[in-house]
Every structure is written in C-alpha cells, then in structure tokens.
Design a protein around this ligand. Structure first.
Ligand SMILES: [Zn+2]
Length: 165
C-alpha cells in the first residue's frame, strides 16, 4: 500500500499477454482505437493517454511513438517536444482543478517502470489530503462512469492546451 502512495507515477500496466506485445506500441499504431484506448492527444512524435489503472482519476501519460526505453535514444528535438508538451500538460491539469501535480519518469526496470521497454511520462493530479483517497481506491479500481467523464474532460482540455502548439 505504501508503495502506491509514495510512487504515484509507477505504471499500473502489467504484461499479461504471452505474445509480449508492447501495449504502448499497440496504442501508438492503432489511432482508430483512440477513443477505446482513452487517447486524448496525438501528433507525429507522441500521444497522450489516460492511465487505465490510475492512482488518482485524471492520471495520464505522454508517450513517444518510438519504442525506446530511455530518453537518450530520442533525438534532442523529440525530447524537447515532450517537455514543451509536459509544460502544457501541467497547465491542463491546473485548469482541470488539481491543486498539485506529480510528474515523473521511471527509466528502465530497476527504477520501477511498469512497462520498462517503452518510455512514458506520468502526470498525476493531486489534491490536499488525497492520500486517504488513494488508500481507499487502491484496492478497488472501480470508476465506471466517472472514468468516462474524466476522459471527456481531459480530451476537451487537451484541445485547448495541447493542440495549440
Ligand atoms: Zn513499445
């Protein structure tokens, strides 16, 4: 439980597929499934997707299309692009209503990456006193309708903040 609270950027995805298909490459290569996969942003370099196993509703990720496990394998231009989008993502979460934000990257397995093969940047909206909330939801993962409305709201905000490059 404590690891949930103190590592909010750790990915909740687990590889259950015996074919070892990279879940992020699957999302990157199938834009026709964007709504189903909860992708709210996409350009030629990266995409933004809701974390399906969020520590807090509103938890999303920015992910380069390229299947790499460390930023050093990205060109400086693409890395800069991710950082410009990160800044815009923070503005987006501030408008979303977050009173604080955890932003983080776990690079490779030893650092705790949930999908170490494919680099991803986490953005987690935080609220005063929300650790009680995390404790409550960590074992349930039941969001239902709320998850859909959060995706809609983030998609709306992405049009305003992220597409304005
Ligand atoms: Zn991949």
């Amino acid at each position: 439980m404590l690891s949930h609270i103190y590592s909010p950027w750790r990915s909740g995805y687990f590889t259950t597929d015996s074919n070892d298909v990279c879940v992020f490459c699957e999302i990157a290569n199938n834009p026709h499934n964007d709504v189903k996969n909860r992708v709210f942003y996409r350009d030629s370099i990266c995409f933004g997707v809701m974390n399906l196993y969020p520590y807090i509703p509103g938890h999303f990720m920015l992910i380069p299309h390229k299947h790499i496990d460390t930023p050093t394998l990205l060109s400086q231009e693409k890395w800069q692009h991710l950082h410009i989008l990160s800044q815009k993502s923070i503005a987006m979460l501030e408008e979303y209503g977050a009173s604080g934000i955890n932003m983080g990257i776990n690079i490779k397995k030893a650092a705790g990456a949930g999908i170490p093969e494919h680099l991803h940047l986490h953005f987690v909206p935080r609220y005063e006193g929300d650790t009680n909330f995390i404790t409550t939801i960590a074992n349930s993962r039941v969001y239902g309708v709320d998850f859909d409305s959060i995706y809609d709201k983030i998609s709306c905000l992405a049009k305003k903040h992220l597409y304005d490059l």
